[in-house]
Design a protein around this ligand. Structure first.
Ligand SMILES: Nc1ncnc2c1ncn2[C@@H]1O[C@H](COP(=O)(O)OP(=O)(O)OP(=O)(O)O)[C@@H](O)[C@H]1O
Ligand SMILES: Cc1ncsc1CCO
Ligand SMILES: [Mg+2]
Length: 515
């Protein structure tokens, strides 16, 4: 029997809403598209368990989908279920196989690569991997593994000769399902589906919840695709229209941004024709994320727990609506608090663009970095920097912008090195932060091509800086700042008037790693 693991419903009678029954909830979920059911009854007497299992089995048989029984081989045998799911503390796979024979499905819960390795050697039919996040439906034995933990298992599975299906479990719900499913993919391997407990069992409308979750599993989000064969000249051609579109659409750029940068960022956002909104109020994030032309900038200000909760709340809303999110991991490398905050964020959220200086990007990529406060003190070779940027872009399905005297922009497949800008930018505060605002604005009007959006944003900012630095009356960082705003405003107007002459001073080339 070919099993479809896309949407795997795991039951828990204790979570059924009042006024309905487990059978009714399962029936509705099956209508909504659940592809596999596991009956998990921890505190039910054997007699009642078998009775319940029979009823649920009638439903799954009618729908032509398998029913697996959690832990209890006797119950599975008694009702001739299609298989069992066993935990690390339950019976071992080899013995289960002996008792059930070759045709029954035997799945096993795993958390670590060592457990996955053993399960594969023992001949398990599929792996339930988790818990991905903290869950209320089960007391966790191990700390949640997050998306990074899923990737470890999938990398291992990609190296195994026989194909072993894998599903993720542990707080997979409407808010997390899409990222769990797609962000966890590694080159050559992705999850086969998601296992869901409370999101469906406790739902007031299990049918539509299931349908929505199945869609999330089956439809790859826009950020899964990378465009091939990019050239600097083709990109340069598309930039004026993109920047003109920013002005036309006037996207709303929601910015969670540090206090040093907040006013400058709002002014820069306005200068390029977008609208800033600096809301820190979690209850209004949903409304902001519902604005059709909007994006989010998460500029880490400090990683105290409340800020981190706020970042997660905001990215969750924007990710759910498929609206762009830009991450600026300010000072990521200078404290363990910030390093941990970045890890937590990346274990949940998808970012369309991750922008930072060398120290910040190296930290996000899991490399050691040298940072003094919020400033990078790194001076790696260009090869090393490109290598890190490409690896991070591929892993996180994002565009990486690594700033410095030269800016490196990569989607994992193509990497450009941009050499515009002016020294003054390193003598004013928040120059990197406000670049984040421009990136967030540009990504709204070019969501499908965020690499283009990133190059447009960086060139607009750095060329404006070059022009400002030589403008009459500019003598240093102080006089530079207001004229930088003027020049951004002027470049925006030039784009609206189809004047792309300013792009003639772009210094941009493709970088090819010699591997
Ligand atoms: N020496 C330089 N010459 C030219 N451009 C520069 C120079 N230093 C920085 N820039 C430009 O300034 C912008 C910000 O980059 P930078 O690496 O300074 O960010 P950052 O350290 O995160 O800034 P901040 O922390 O102040 O917000 C980028 O567009 C970059 O190209
Ligand atoms: C100086 C400073 N400190 C925290 S954030 C910030 C702005 C530059 O990122
Ligand atoms: Mg700087």
């Amino acid at each position: 029997m070919a099993v479809d693991y896309s949407l795997y419903l795991v039951t828990d009678s204790g979570l059924v809403p009042p006024g309905t029954t487990l059978e009714e909830q399962v029936e509705k979920a099956i209508k909504g598209g659940v592809t596999l059911v596991q009956l998990r009854e921890k505190d039910t007497e054997t007699k009642d368990f078998i009775k319940k299992a029979k009823k649920i089995h009638d439903l799954t048989k009618k729908a032509g989908i398998p029913l697996l029984i959690n832990d209890r081989l006797d119950v599975a045998l008694a009702i001739d279920a299609e298989g069992v799911h066993i935990g690390q503390e339950d019976i071992d796979v080899a013995t289960a196989r002996k008792l059930l024979g070759p045709d029954k499905i035997i799945g096993i819960s795993v958390t670590y690569v060592s457990e996955a390795t053993k399960a594969v050697e023992d001949g398990a039919d599929y792996l339930g991997v988790g818990a991905v996040y903290d869950t209320s439906t089960k007391i966790p034995k191990n700390p949640p593994i997050g998306i990074s933990g899923l990737r470890k298992i999938l990398s291992y599975l990609s190296s195994v000769k026989t194909y072993i299906p894998a599903v993720a479990i542990g707080s997979v719900n409407l808010a997390t399902a899409r990222n769990v499913m797609h962000l966890s993919a590694v080159p050559g391997r992705s999850l086969d589906g998601i296992a869901v407990v409370s999101a469906i069992i406790a739902s007031a409308d299990p049918e539509s919840t299931s349908r929505e979750m199945l869609n999330m599993v089956k439809e790859a989000p826009y950020w899964m695709s990378v465009i091939n064969d990019r050239t600097p000249s083709a990109i340069l051609n598309d930039i004026p229209a993109l920047l003109a579109k920013v002005q036309e659409e006037g996207p709303l750029v929601h910015q969670l941004i540090n206090r040093v940068a907040i006013n400058f960022a709002a002014n820069v956002t306005l200068a390029i024709g977008a609208s800033p909104v600096m809301s820190e109020n979690i209850p209004e994030f949903g409304d902001l994320a519902s604005v059709p032309s909007s994006s989010l900038l998460v500029n880490m200000n400090s990683a105290v727990p409340e800020s981190l909760d706020r970042y997660i709340a905001a990215t969750t809303k924007y990710n759910l609506q498929l609206r762009p999110v830009v991450l600026d991991p300010v000072g990521a490398g200078f404290s363990s608090l910030r390093r941990e905050a970045v890890k937590t964020l990346l274990n949940r959220a998808h970012f369309d663009i991750i922008k930072g200086n060398e120290g910040e990007i190296f930290t996000v990529a899991g490399e050691t970095s040298s940072m003094r406060g919020v400033d990078s003190t790194g001076n790696s070779t260009i090869e090393k920097k490109v290598h890190i940027a490409e690896g991070l872009a591929t892993k996180e399905k994002t565009i990486v912008v690594m700033t410095g005297p030269q800016d490196i922009i990569s989607d994992g497949l193509t990497t450009f090195v941009l050499s515009n800008g002016h020294e003054y930018l390193s003598h004013i505060t928040a120059s990197g932060c406000v670049l984040g605002s421009i990136l967030a604005a540009c990504s709204v009007v070019s969501k499908e091509d965020r690499f283009l959006a990133a190059v447009a944003a960086v060139l607009m900012f750095t060329i404006a800086a070059e022009r400002a630095a030589v403008a009459p009356g500019v003598r240093g960082p102080g006089t530079f700042i207001p004229v930088l705003l003027d020049e951004l405003y002027i470049l925006k107007q030039m784009c609206a008037n189809n004047d792309s002459s300013w792009l003639e001073q772009a210094r941009i080339e493709r970088y090819l790693l010699t591997t």
